[in-house]
Write a protein that binds this ligand. Sequence first.
Ligand SMILES: Nc1ncnc2c1ncn2[C@@H]1O[C@H](COP(=O)(O)OP(=O)(O)OP(=O)(O)O)[C@@H](O)[C@H]1O
Ligand SMILES: [Mg+2]
Length: 250
Amino acid sequence: MLEVKDLHARIGDKEILRGINLTIKDGETHAIMGPNGSGKSTLSAVLVGNPLYEVTGGEAVFNGKDLLDMAPEDRAHEGLFLSFQYPVEIPGVSMTNFMRAAINEKRKYEGKEPLSAGDFIKLSREKRKIVELDSKLANRSVNEGFSGGEKKRNEIFQMAMLEPKLSILDETDSGLDVDAMRIVADGVNKLRTPETSCIVITHYDRLLDMIKPDVVHVLYNGRIVKTAGPELAREIQERGYDWIKAEVED
Ligand SMILES: Nc1ncnc2c1ncn2[C@@H]1O[C@H](COP(=O)(O)OP(=O)(O)OP(=O)(O)O)[C@@H](O)[C@H]1O
Ligand SMILES: [Mg+2]
């Protein structure tokens, strides 16, 4: 699915990613944890092609294609999806129109006909159920005035609609109440298939109890410094990061 080798990236003259190595196989869910400012959101931004960041070395291959060479929209069309830590509001653009345009862009890229209005409504209804998203939100502008929890749920709805091959969820749990976290986690679990993969960025093992990752990584200072099974999340919750930092600095 994804193979990242020695990836370096900077913003201005500040190097943030300092040699990331990461291999994700089809069907796997990986969690990325790590202290604030370690580069987790930067890694996801670089993978989806945010132009703010300059890649200064390394490679990223996504299903056999050179990801770093692709335009951001083509990365999305190829099946890469990022759910943002801070979802943006798009005033004046209704959720329905936004989603319909996104889906039809992707279909065009795949050489398919656009979805009819009827089929689009049917698909939306089906996918909305997965995250128990209120149908009223669909008529409003994208994320405008949505509560934090509604925004996050809406992002999982968008993910369900687009059926990405690799989804990156950046702190989808922050600001969610327990019930909403359960709904979001269930949504993510329902969308899992043997052909799709997921990267979950989180600070808490609570979400990882619900979305069971195959692998947990710790990102620190722009590098993945530890990789283990799901038990690592629990250990971090109990012990913090100091012991890992100490191991790195040894
Ligand atoms: N647009 C930017 N301009 C300047 N510095 C930036 C920018 N984006 C990220 N950085 C810096 O890069 C470092 C990594 O930030 P990043 O957002 O990737 O961390 P993070 O691991 O996602 O942290 P958090 O857990 O707080 O979300 C930080 O020191 C941050 O200040
Ligand atoms: Mg972040």
